[in-house]
Design a protein around this ligand. Sequence first.
Ligand SMILES: Nc1ncnc2c1ncn2[C@@H]1O[C@H](COP(=O)(O)OP(=O)(O)OP(=O)(O)O)[C@@H](O)[C@H]1O
Ligand SMILES: [Mg+2]
Length: 272
Amino acid sequence: MTADTLSTKNSPYPSTDAAVLFRAEGLHKSFGGVRAVRDISLAIPAGTVFAIIGPNGAGKSTLLNLMSGIYQPDAGSMVFDGIDLVGLPAHRRVRYGLARTFQKIRLFKQLSVIDNVVAGFHIHHDIPAWQYVLHGSAFRRDHARCRDEAEKLLAFIGLDKRAHLLAGSLSYGEQRMLEIARALATTPRLLLVDEPAAGLNAAEVETLLDRVGMLRVQGVTVVVVEHNMDLVMKVADRVLVMDYGQYLFEGSRAEVQAHPAVIAAYLGADFQ
Ligand SMILES: Nc1ncnc2c1ncn2[C@@H]1O[C@H](COP(=O)(O)OP(=O)(O)OP(=O)(O)O)[C@@H](O)[C@H]1O
Ligand SMILES: [Mg+2]
C-alpha cells in the first residue's frame, strides 16, 4: 500500500499520518449548465468508513461516479493506492480493487441470486476467456470455485437461503444486499455504496451496519453515500458534507454533528 499523508485541501483540520488509500484533488463535473461537483478534494484513510452526506442534488452520486469511472472529471486528479485514475474506465478500476453499487439497483433480475454473484467474479477467472468456449476441465474447476465463493458471500450478506431464487423475486432490501455481495465478488479494497439503506427495513439496516463493520475489520475501506443519518452516525469514521456540488465540511461524526453550517444546511434541529 502506498504510504501517503492525510490532508484534505479544503479541510480546516490538520493532516494526520494515516495512510491514504484514495485521494482526490479539485474534482469538477458539469452537466450542461449544472455544476454537479465543484472543486471537491478528499482523502480517504485505508481501513476506514468514509460517509458522504448532503441534500438531494448535492452531487454525492456524481462524486461516486467520478471515483468509480462511470464519468470522467472535467478537471481534477484522483489517485487510488498510487494509481492515477483519471482516464481509466470503470472496468479497469474494478480490476485494481475499486467496486461499487448503484443508487438504482442494477441486477440481472432474470438470473438466480447466486448467478448474479458469480457474474461478479468474471474479472478473477484464472483461465483466458477463449478457453471457456471449449468448456474444458479448467472451466469447470474455475466455475466450481466461483460458485463456492459466491455461496460464502451470500452467507456473509445473509442471502444464502435465497441463492436459487430469481434475483427479481427478492424484496427490495434483499436486492440491495445482493448488489453488495456482487460488488464484493470482485474482492475490492475500496467499496463504494450509494444509498445502501434506501428501502431497507429496520432489521436489514442493522444487518447492513453489522456487515459494513465486518468489512472494515477485514481491511476493506468503504465509502457510503447515505441519507440515513442514524446509520452514518453509527458507522462512519469520517463524514464529508456536500451542498450544491461543493465541499461544506469534513470531519469526524462528532464534528459534523456540532458544525453550525452543517446543521443549518442539512441535519436540522434533531442533531443540535
Ligand atoms: N447524467 C446527468 N445529466 C445531467 N444532470 C445530472 C446528471 N447526473 C446528475 N445530474 C445533476 O447533477 C446534480 C447532482 O446530482 P447527483 O445525482 O450527483 O446528486 P445526489 O447528491 O446524489 O442527490 P440524491 O441524494 O437525490 O441522490 C443534480 O442537479 C442532478 O440533476
Ligand atoms: Mg444520489
